[in-house]
Design a protein around this ligand. Structure first.
Ligand SMILES: Nc1ncnc2c1ncn2[C@@H]1O[C@H](COP(=O)(O)OP(=O)(O)OP(=O)(O)O)[C@@H](O)[C@H]1O
Ligand SMILES: [Mg+2]
Length: 323
């Protein structure tokens, strides 16, 4: 899989230490591990030196998709907001993005301007009915290169009905598999629970991303989440990795916000993304408008934060490939 092609010779900032651009067409990034390159002595909001994440250049071929489950059983921490906006930011740099609404609330579908009550086919039909294919359920979104498997309240019945299925934890992975060769990344927006639907998402995924709201109880429940991830690794999906923890709704002006973020970094260190998403009313506004912040308010700090996250994620994948 060749997901990123970071620019090999940006050369605009003298403070960026980079390896020489490689003449080897197999390795257009040169021999520097860009994920670890830091820009001067700038300390980022996580209290660590802020690395330089290069602009990816467009892919010339697509697929197969890396599947990421967006998980936290705590509600309202930014899972859906991150799925929409990270997806849109990745699509903006040329990746083909598949979003899966895996929450009966249908918030991801609503956030993309779709009325979940008017859907004929949803992920529920895909999971439960033979003869329905992922292509039947697939919808285009308003973002070029980003498609959606939508959901609505019907999905809540699947949690119960799946219990009696053979290989009940593997149903989602099986039904989305035919789409994956066409996409570069697939983001699964999970509901706030560690029930069977979320276990299906973790079983289908290569990586799990954990958004954490920067408030006092941010870490409450994270131990249980890590325990669940470990069990899935042991029993269902040994290749599952933790993609990273993402601090959301951060307010640098409050001591409380800074303390919570410091505590998260203390607990999870390098697993915490350098990119931090600030609290801003533009996110709820974009949700109401039914579009990602990258198109609703393209030059906003929020839009740029998700673009930065997209670059960081791509750098991590590139780094993992080079290891
Ligand atoms: N960075 C942010 N700043 C301000 N508001 C935000 C931010 N991120 C998300 N929100 C808002 O917070 C609310 C919850 O966010 P979101 O729906 O993304 O969380 P969630 O984890 O998906 O919730 P649930 O667990 O219910 O699915 C939404 O109204 C959203 O618009
Ligand atoms: Mg949600």
């Amino acid at each position: 899989m060749s997901l990123t092609r970071a620019e090999s010779a940006r050369g605009s900032s003298p403070t960026v230490s980079r390896g020489s651009a490689s003449a080897n067409p197999e390795n257009p990034w040169g021999d520097t591990k860009t994920a670890t390159v830091t820009v001067g002595d700038t300390i980022g909001p996580t209290g660590r030196p802020r690395p330089y994440f290069p602009e990816p250049i467009p892919l010339t071929e697509h697929g197969p998709a890396r599947v990421i489950a967006m998980v936290n059983q705590k509600g309202g921490v930014g899972k859906t907001t991150t799925t929409i906006n990270l997806g849109a930011a990745l699509a903006e740099v040329g990746l083909k993005v598949l979003l899966v609404d895996f929450d009966p609330q249908g918030a991801l579908s609503v956030g993309l301007g779709i009325n979940p009550l008017q859907l004929d086919l949803t992920v529920y039909n895909l999971l439960m009915e033979r003869g329905i294919t992922a292509h039947d359920v697939l919808l285009k979104t308003g973002v070029d290169g980003m498609d959606l498997l939508p959901s609505n309240i019907d999905l809540s019945a699947a949690e119960v009905q799946l219990v009696t299925e053979v290989a009940r934890e593997q149903v989602l992975g099986r039904v989305i598999a035919p789409l994956l060769p066409e996409y570069d990344v697939c983001l699964i927006d999970c509901q706030p629970s560690l029930g069977l639907l979320t276990i299906n998402a973790l079983t289908a995924a290569h990586g799990v991303m954990v958004p954490l709201e920067c408030e006092f109880f941010a870490l409450r429940g994270v131990a249980l989440l890590m325990d669940t991830i470990q069990k899935v690794q042991e029993r269902l999906n040994q290749d599952l990795v933790i993609e990273g923890l993402l601090a959301t709704m951060y307010d640098a002006r409050t001591l409380h916000g800074r303390e919570v973020l410091a505590r998260v970094v203390e607990a999870f260190d390098e697993q915490v993304f350098h990119t931090v998403i600030n609290r801003t009313v533009r996110f709820p506004d974009a949700t109401v408008a039914g579009e990602p912040i990258t198109s609703f308010d393209p030059s906003s700090l929020g839009a740029n934060a998700y673009r930065e996250l997209a670059r960081e994620v791509l750098s991590r994948w590139q780094y993992a490939e080079e290891e």
